[in-house]
Write a protein that binds this ligand. Sequence first.
Ligand SMILES: Nc1ncnc2c1ncn2[C@@H]1O[C@H](COP(=O)(O)OP(=O)(O)OP(=O)(O)O)[C@@H](O)[C@H]1O
Length: 606
Amino acid sequence: MAAPSRTSWADVADAEPAPPAPAAAPAASNGPARADRSSYVPPHLRNRSSAAPPPASSAPPPRAAPGLLGRPAPAAGGRFAAASGPPPRRWDREPNPFGNEEEAAPEPVPFDEHQNTGINFDAYEDIPVETSGREVPPAVGTFAEIDLGAALNDNIRRCKYVRPTPVQRHAIPISLAGRDLMACAQTGSGKTAAFCFPIISGIMRGPPVQRPQRSGSRTACPLALILSPTRELSMQIHEEAKKFSYQTGVRVVVAYGGAPITQQLRDLERGVDILVATPGRLVDLLERARVSLQSIRYLALDEADRMLDMGFEPQVRRIVEQMDMPPRGVRQTLLFSATFPGEIQRMASDFLENYIFLAVGRVGSSTELIAQRVEFVQEADKRSHLMDLLHAQRDSADQAKQALTLVFVETKRGADSLENWLCTNGFPATSIHGDRNQQEREYALRSFKSGQTPILVATDVAARGLDIPHVAHVVNFDLPNDIDDYVHRIGRTGRAGKSGLATAFFNDNNSSMAKSLADLMTESNQEVPAWLIRYAARPSYGSSSGGRNRRGGGASRFGGRDFRKESSSFGKGGGADYGGSSGGYGGSSTYGGGGYGGAGAPSAWD
Ligand SMILES: Nc1ncnc2c1ncn2[C@@H]1O[C@H](COP(=O)(O)OP(=O)(O)OP(=O)(O)O)[C@@H](O)[C@H]1O
C-alpha cells in the first residue's frame, strides 16, 4: 500500500522497525551476570541495575506512592539504581512471552502483521478529550516523558508500541500520580496498557512489600487485582500483563472459572504481585482463604460498566467492600470501559475517592474506523443473507489473507445451530458461548485466531475486550437489545487504528434499537439508511423503553460525560466527594439476555 503520512500511534507502531535492544534489556540467556535464581526478591528491589542502597523505608504508605510526573525526574538510576553487584533475579527462567524474538527468527504466522490497509492515520489525533476532577495531571505526548522504568520501557519497545495512544497519554500520568480514575475510551484504543503500565511501574518502584506473615499459610496476598467479566478476557489481560512485566520481577497470575483450580492454586503459591481474575473464581479463592486482598494497592476493573451492572455487582461489591481489601482512598482504583452509562458511573463512584473522570471520544461512542452498515433482513432470510455476505467476502479476499468474520447471535442454541449450518454449507466455522466447556471455548478461539476456522459464531460472551487481530467483519446476525452491547460487539474490529466493517441485520424485532442505533451511527459519521431514520422517528420505536438501553432518551444520550457535572457539588470545590451515593442499580429486570446468563446469574461467564 502507499506509504501514508505517519500521524497515528498505530501507524507508527505498525510501520517502524523496533530499535535495537538496549544492553540493559537482558535476554534470559545473555544477562551480564546471573545471580541466585531461586531467592525471592521483593518488588522494590527488583529491576536494579547499578549501585545504590535500597531506599530506607519502614512501613509502606497507606496507598501507592504517587508517581513522579510533573516533578523533577530522578537522577539516573533513581529508585531503580542497584546495590553493588548484580541483584538476585528470580525471573531469569521466565519464559519469553515475546516468543524469544530477540534470539530466534520469528515463527511464520498465517497473517502478515504489518500488512495494514485503510488505516486512518488521523483518527486519533482529533479525538475530543474530556477530563474532570481536581488537579488533573497533564497528559504526555510520548512514553519517554513518563518514567516507567527501564525494564517496562524495554517491554513497551518489544511490543512495538512507539507512541502512547490518546487514552494512554492521559490515563498513565493520572494513574502514576496516584489518583483514582474512571476512564472511558473507544474499543481497541489501548486501555489494557493504560491500566497495566502504571500498576506494574508502581509495584516495581513502590515501597517494600510487607506481606502478612502467617506461618504455614498458603494464602496469596497480591498487590494488585484486575477484575474482568469473562474468562477469555482475563486470559488475554494476563498474557498482555505478562509481556509488559517481563523481566521486571513483577509476577502476574490469572484465576478464572471453568479451568481446574489446582493449577491456579499452584501458580498462586509461587507468588503473585498482580492477580487477574473473574469475580466468581476469585470469590471461591477468597472463601477458601487461598487469596487475601489485604495487601491490595491497586484495583482495576476492566469493562467496569459490565462489572457493575446487575449481573456482577453483588459479587464485585462483596470482593471490594466486604472482604479484607483496603478501603477506597487507601488503595488506588482504576475503572476502564468503552461505555459508561450514567447510573453505572454513579454506582462506580462508591469505589472511588477524589477521582478523575477521563473520556477520550464521547462516552459510549464507537470509533469512526468501523464502517457500520444496517440492512433490513427478515428473520427467515437471515441465513441466506449471511451466506451472500460471506460469498462476496470470499470472492473479494486474497486467499492467503482470508479475513476473519465474527457473527453475533442472541442465544447459545442459535450459535450452535448457525455454526452447524455454516459448516454444512462449506464455510469453516466454530462457536463460543456459555454452554461450551472451557476447553471447547479456548479451542474455538484459538482456531478462529489462527484462521483455521475463519468464522466464529458467538454470543455476548465474546463481545467485550477480546483483541483478535484480523477480524475484518463483525456481523450482528441478531442485534443486541442494548446499544452499549452493540458498541462493544462491533469493537472487535477496527482496532488499534485499523479499519473494520460491521453489518447489522435489523427487522421489526429490533425496533426498540432504532433510535439509539441511528444516533450512534450519526455520531460516528456513518450513513444512516432512510428507512432506519423513519423507524427511529416513530415514537413507539424511537423510545428506548422497550430495550435494555441504559443511556436514556433525549439529546444528551451521546453527550455522555462525567455524571458529577450534573451534581450541584461538582466544580464548587465543596465536599470531598463529587457524586451522590448510590443505593444500587435499580435498572430493568430484563437485563441479561443472550450469553449473559440472565440477571443475577453471571456464573456462566466466569
Ligand atoms: N501505544 C500503542 N501502540 C501500538 N499499539 C498499541 C498501543 N497500545 C495498545 N496497542 C494495541 O492496540 C490493540 C488494542 O488494545 P486493547 O485491547 O488494550 O484495547 P481496549 O481499548 O482495551 O479495547 P476494548 O474496549 O475492546 O477492550 C492491542 O492489540 C494492543 O496491543
